[in-house]
Design a protein around this ligand. Structure first.
Ligand SMILES: Cc1cc2nc3c(=O)[nH]c(=O)nc-3n(C[C@H](O)[C@H](O)[C@H](O)COP(=O)(O)OP(=O)(O)OC[C@H]3O[C@@H](n4cnc5c(N)ncnc54)[C@H](O)[C@@H]3O)c2cc1C
Length: 240
């Protein structure tokens, strides 16, 4: 694996548990929306921990790389970022990785993206890339979060959807008894997939699903039940 040293240039809180970390690197490594990087931390005694993080920024943003990291209380690497890492710190990042869970405007659509929690991160890169490239590919993002506060990038996604240029956002909250207007309630179900398909005016050419293992299992099953061919579904699992 190729590594480079990147400097943290900014930290932005996205929710009570997720923050974006912006990195600058001496040399820009091109990437495709949906790819991830490995982060490698080395302790003074030489102990190393390595984790994968999806790239949230668009490929067109060459000045920096954005990662959005959720804090897992009993985790090893994510608490480091939230509790210890500061602007100016140098971190080792790998070259962009992954050639399967990717989308570029030339691929066209329609595209269905289903994200749970931090599983939304690669879809930020895809949605931003779609907007930057002027793509008109129909794209629906079905975003499941626990509470309103966990709808990371919510304002930016709503603004993209508000342009009425073929990008649609369906948000659902699993732990909010009274969701705000326009936001659904409950886990991903058949009616939500149906709503997404009606916005796409048919079956998607590609479906991307990202989140925890149980989230991906449920969303994939619902998608197949709705008539989407398994071979057109790509999944990315963020651990347990
Ligand atoms: C391709 C890829 C891309 C990823 N992109 C992102 C991203 O953009 N943002 C992000 O926040 N994470 C992402 N992850 C998850 C990330 O790699 C780490 O697994 C996560 O940050 C936990 O690492 P940790 O060292 O803090 O916890 P660990 O020390 O690895 O684990 C601590 C505890 O949490 C459990 N656990 C591990 N991962 C998860 C999880 N995802 N959800 C719930 N419990 C878990 C473990 O079983 C353990 O009990 C991605 C994973 C993959 C494979």
């Amino acid at each position: 694996m190729r590594w480079r040293t990147a400097t943290i240039t900014g930290i932005v809180r996205r929710s009570p548990t997720v923050s974006s970390f912006f990195f600058s690197t001496p040399h820009h490594w091109p990437f495709v929306a949906g790819q991830h990087v490995a982060v490698r931390l080395t302790a003074p005694d030489g102990y190393r921990a390595q984790r994968s993080y999806s790239i949230a920024s668009a490929p067109e943003e060459t000045g920096h790389l954005e990662l959005a990291i959720e804090r897992l209380d009993d985790g090893e690497v994510s608490p480091f970022f939230h509790d210890v890492a500061r602007v100016g710190d140098e971190i080792e990042l790998s070259a962009p990785l992954g050639g399967y869970f990717i989308w570029q405007s030339a691929d066209g659509g329609p595209i269905l993206m289903i994200g749970g929690g931090a599983g939304i991160v690669p879809f930020m890169s895809m949605a931003r890339h779609r907007a930057n490239s002027g793509s008109k590919a129909p794209m629906v993002l079905l975003f499941s979060a626990r509470t309103k506060a966990d709808l990371i990038f919510g304002d930016e996604l709503a603004a993209l959807a508000g342009r009425a240029e073929g990008f649609h956002l369906i948000a659902t909250l699993t732990r909010e008894t009274a969701p705000p207007a326009g936001v659904l309630s409950g886990r991903i179900d058949a009616s939500m997939i149906e709503r997404a398909l009606s916005l796409l005016c048919g079956l998607p050419a590609r479906t991307f699903i990202c989140g925890s293992n149980p989230f991906v299992e449920n969303a994939a099953t619902r998608s197949i039940d709705a008539g989407i061919a398994a071979g057109r579904i790509s999944t990315e699992r963020y651990g347990v």
